[in-house]
Design a protein around this ligand. Sequence first.
Ligand code: TYC
Length: 101
Amino acid sequence: MAFSPDEEASVSVKPKITEPELYWVVMLNDDYTPMDFVVNVLMSVFDKNPLEATELMMTIHNKGSARIASYVYDIAVTKISRVHDEAKKNNFPLRCTMEPA
Ligand code: TYC
């Protein structure tokens, strides 16, 4: 039997909205990638300004790694690929990893 318009209107629909899981992109130190190359990658791939990029690069250099920014999974993977592609093109060993935020 079909619902009357009144019955139909009383059916409540619960929207199931969940926050997407985020992932940190973590950049790692190495002994060979030039500092200015890292700063440029932080500006071009992660939209950091020159001061932020320089501070982040020095944190990585001094501490071994730093969390750069958090993204949904596909964006984090794409950012990391861009870093690795750029590093490979220039023969530098610069690497990033990803961790759940
Ligand atoms: N340690 C590098 C150097 O002394 C600089 C560097 C910083 C490399 C950050 C990688 O993610 C990095 N030239």
